[in-house]
Write a protein of this length. Structure first.
Length: 284
């Protein structure tokens, strides 16, 4: 009996050492990714054990499309006839579960030192063909840049299908303000569309003048590309827009944010902010 207890203590201690090494390795990997995130503005995570969840999301989205009872993005931000399904989490428990994926949440918590709060899901069937842009032009915060997005491939992404592209390190650009271009605060949806078109032109000019390169990471089913608020991204190059490109993007704000505002109706330079009423996705 004594030998058994001695062996049990030895095995337990050995397991504890193994667990400790694994935890140290995981922490080191997270720190490396967080450093890359700070430097490049994005990282790619391979999400573990979510194949069945992804299949469920794809089925739910197909059923939602068949029902016709879904909401889409504003036409202002549509560039083809493929629907961009918003708030899928309201209809699909699987889509909602993906918004709280542990790997994504823990990485964002580590990187921002604050609890991530998902507030938006958009599901895509094909490429958006949307020009390069930053999410921060849509979702302003104080303090600045308390925003991130996770774009998850729900299938292997064909390079001809208009894959997501990013401009590495573009998150280091100064905060864009419409007033910097002499554009007044929007007063209507028509203003928003016109002003946003001028912003897209400004981004094109910036990319051309700075001679920066876009990069389309090869993404397989279950890969998640996570980017910072100010990183330029989009899908402007699509060889075949009939090819599927199933994906889900989730936007996150963070605790300890003082204000969420709408940049189109605000003028930060003069201290005018129009608050956004953000409704976070409940984790229940």
């Amino acid at each position: 009996m004594g030998n058994y207890l001695h062996l049990q203590k030895f095995v337990s201690a050995d397991l504890l050492r193994t667990d400790s090494k694994q935890m140290d390795t995981k922490k080191s990997e997270t720190e490396e990714l967080a450093t890359k995130f700070e430097e490049d503005g994005y990282v790619v995570l391979k999400l573990e054990g979510i194949d069945d969840l992804i299949d469920e999301i794809n089925t739910d989205v197909e059923n939602l499309l068949a029902s016709g009872e879904y909401r889409t993005n504003s036409k202002i931000y549509s560039y083809n006839d493929s629907p961009r399904i918003v708030e899928s989490w309201r209809y699909s428990l699987a889509a909602k579960s993906l918004a709280f994926n542990e790997q994504i949440i823990e990485f964002l918590r580590f990187s921002f030192d604050a609890k991530p709060l998902p507030f938006s899901t958009i599901n895509f069937l094909r490429s958006t063909e949307q020009p390069l842009h930053s999410d921060y032009v849509h979702f302003g915060t104080k303090p600045a840049f308390m925003l991130a997005a996770a774009w998850i491939a729900l299938e292997d992404i064909d390079h001809r299908s208009g894959p997501i592209q990013i401009v590495k390190k573009s998150h280091l650009m100064p905060e864009f303000r419409y007033s910097d271009l002499g554009i007044p605060v929007a007063r209507s949806l028509g203003d928003i569309k016109r002003h946003y078109g001028l912003y897209e032109d400004w981004v094109r000019d910036y990319v051309a003048s700075e001679n920066v390169e876009t990069y389309a990471p090869k993404l397989s089913k279950g890969d998640a590309i996570i980017w910072k608020a100010n990183l330029l991204h989009g899908s402007p190059d699509c060889i075949d827009n009939k090819l599927s490109r199933r994906s889900q993007v989730i936007h996150y704000h963070f605790e300890n944010t003082d204000l969420f505002y709408n940049p189109s109706f605000s003028d930060p330079a003069s201290g005018k902010f129009v608050q956004r009423d953000v409704k976070f996705i409940p984790n229940d």
